[in-house]
Design a protein around this ligand. Structure first.
Ligand SMILES: [Zn+2]
Length: 166
């Protein structure tokens, strides 16, 4: 696949580019040192319902296509695979150097730690997958980040309904 380093459409030059990753497929790498707390990118894409995201994942060949979906607090989903930018190539890791934060329905990627030039950017997807977490599903969402604390999955633990006061 031919991946050209991307330039942001914004005025500031992007501090990252897409390259081949040792974790999985394409990854996103810092092109300069990045300070903790720095806003790196907005996670963009088409805004769709979670029902529509399920339809699209099915059409795309299965649950693994969820990795381009970002679930929002209001139940909507950003489909980074449709109209999204290079931030959709940021890989999942169990010990990430970035984090995704939702702000008024928009999602931004921030640096958690000092990031060195040429370091791969990673955040914890904590993917929400409502269907049963069968062995096949777990395999599709397998994490290969290599961290000592790796949980082996990109999926967030399923929420259990508990009558527990906050
Ligand atoms: Zn991991």
């Amino acid at each position: 696949m031919n991946t050209t380093p991307s330039t942001s459409s914004k005025t500031e030059p992007a501090c990252y580019e897409v390259r081949r990753s040792t974790i999985h497929g394409n990854g996103v790498f810092a092109t300069r040192d990045i300070e903790p707390g720095e806003q790196i990118a907005e996670y963009t894409g088409e805004r769709i319902s979670s029902d529509e995201s399920a339809v699209r994942a099915e059409a795309g060949g299965g649950p693994v296509n969820h990795t381009f979906f970002f679930s929002l607090a209001d139940g909507m989903v950003i489909d980074g695979g449709c109209g999204g930018n290079d931030s959709r190539f940021i890989n999942h890791a169990c010990e990430p150097n970035c984090e995704a934060q939702e702000d008024e329905g928009r999602v931004f990627i921030y640096a958690l730690h000092p990031i060195m030039r040429d370091e791969e950017l990673k955040y914890n997807y904590a993917l929400i997958y409502e269907e049963r977490h069968t062995p096949a599903v777990k395999k599709a969402f397998e994490c290969r980040c290599g961290a000592p604390t790796c949980t082996g999955t990109m999926l967030a633990p399923k929420k259990r309904k508990r009558a527990k006061a906050g």
